[in-house]
Write a protein that binds this ligand. Structure first.
Ligand code: FMN
Length: 182
């Protein structure tokens, strides 16, 4: 059993994170969903709460931790961080160590040795943007693991690279990190 922080950012692909949350819970893992405020505009935190069996967090200023430090408590407790979907904005903030959200603070507070993965999802032009590419390279250089994106139809109706990897493939890629010995 692993404690997984499931970071969800404000992409049209947010709904696919629900299926991933559900699979991880059914596999016996403890999933802690953390949504950005943008993600909550696209999908209800309660959707994740009822699947994960614990309150999905999204507001740094409305903590569940009695000392108010959700970002620290979660960062300490987590075995692994999976950000899915990851927006262009999130990649930029994480690459620059900015923390305007609970998820951003948590990213900075997590020990570097713990596995951190991101699953980009965006319009193909956004994915090709040189600034986004620089941020991705920075994150990979910092030890983050990337899954996708893949080529295909994106939510904006454009075909190209930027579509979020399929949940089944994401789960297959992270499986080696979820074994008890990992
Ligand atoms: C309907 C809708 C869909 C969006 N989908 C994406 C997306 O797939 N990828 C992306 O990078 N940004 C997308 N955005 C823009 C982000 O939500 C925006 O950049 C936001 O600031 C991201 O905040 P966050 O990274 O804190 O979640 C979308 C915005 C809207 C309104």
């Amino acid at each position: 059993m692993k404690r997984i922080v499931l970071g969800v950012t404000g992409s049209a692909a947010c709904f696919k994170a629900v299926a991933i949350c559900s699979e991880l819970v059914q596999m016996g893992h403890e999933v802690h969903p953390v949504l950005t405020p943008s993600a909550t505009r696209l999908i209800a935190p309660l959707q994740f709460s009822c699947i994960a069996g614990r309150r999905a967090l999204h507001d740094e200023w409305d903590p569940v931790d009695p000392a108010g430090m959700d970002h620290i408590e979660l960062a300490r407790a987590a075995d692994l961080l999976l950000v899915v979907p990851a927006t262009a904005n999130f990649l930029g903030q994480a690459a620059q160590a900015l923390a305007p959200t609970l998820l951003g603070s948590l990213v900075l507070a997590m020990e570097r040795e713990k596995p951190r993965l991101f699953v980009p999802a965006m319009n193909p032009q956004m994915w090709r943007n040189p600034g986004v590419a620089r941020n991705v390279a920075t994150l990979e250089g910092d030890g983050w693991l990337r899954i996708g994106p893949i080529s295909g139809l994106t939510a904006c109706g454009e075909e190209g690279e930027g579509r979020m990897a399929e949940p089944v493939d994401i789960l297959a890629e992270i499986e080696p990190l979820l074994s008890d010995g990992a």
